[in-house]
Ligand binder design. Structure first.
Ligand code: MG
Length: 208
């Protein structure tokens, strides 16, 4: 799928903040992934050699359909065209090292194939983005389970906040954060991310 920028939200579920020993943020934590990191359902997650542990993170993705600049929360969802299942693949050891050193996460989050994105579902076909079950399993074993209702900053707040600083354009993707249960991916693993009413996203891992 062709897309614009991918704006990712970190630390948006309390249980995930706890498992990584972080403090709850007062404002959304944002970072970017490049469009070149996107892969589709069925494509392989490629893990370069020597980068340490790589983790999965199931997330709800919002795909922008109409330009958004300085939008208010109550009008924000009008700018969303569709939603999709997303996996915010993360080189966790590299990210932790960068975090401690006060360095950016760009590389640990933005490698080729580190943004699996499922088939988009029109927002009008989704009953309520605030109440969707998220699940992720690796080789059939459940690792992550959560609900979009547990987000600290819900979708409309995220869009409004981001649009104060960065114009959101048609085709841009917002990844809204992951619930707890993140864990390592190894060569040959099959990762299946699911969101109720939206669908599933399956990718195999190939470690180089
Ligand atoms: Mg994430």
């Amino acid at each position: 799928m062709r897309c614009g920028k991918i704006v990712c939200v970190g630390q948006n579920y309390r249980e995930h903040i706890k498992e990584l020993n972080n403090d709850e943020p007062a404002e959304p934590v944002l970072f970017l992934k490049p469009p070149s990191s996107i892969i589709a359902d069925g494509e392989e997650i490629i893990v370069p050699a020597g980068i340490g542990a790589v983790h999965h993170e199931v997330e709800l993705a919002l795909i922008i359909g109409r330009r958004a600049k300085d939008v208010l929360p109550h009008e924000a969802l009008r700018h969303v065209r569709s939603v999709a299942v997303f996996n915010d693949v993360t080189a966790r050891e590299m990210q932790s090292t960068a975090r401690k050193a006060g360095m950016p996460w760009a590389l640990s989050k933005g490698m080729d194939s580190f943004a699996p994105l499922g088939a988009p579902v029109p927002l009008r076909d989704v009953e309520d983005v605030h109440c969707l079950d998220l699940e992720l399993s690796v080789n059939g074993k459940l690792r992550q389970k959560g609900n979009t209702g547990q987000m600290i900053f819900p979708p409309e707040v995220l869009i409004s906040y981001i649009s104060r600083f960065m114009t959101l354009e048609s085709g841009d993707v917002i990844a809204t954060g992951t619930p707890s249960g993140v864990g390592p991916l190894n060569d040959g693993d099959v990762v299946e991310a699911k969101i109720s009413g939206i669908g599933k996203l399956t990718n195999k891992v190939r470690a180089l």
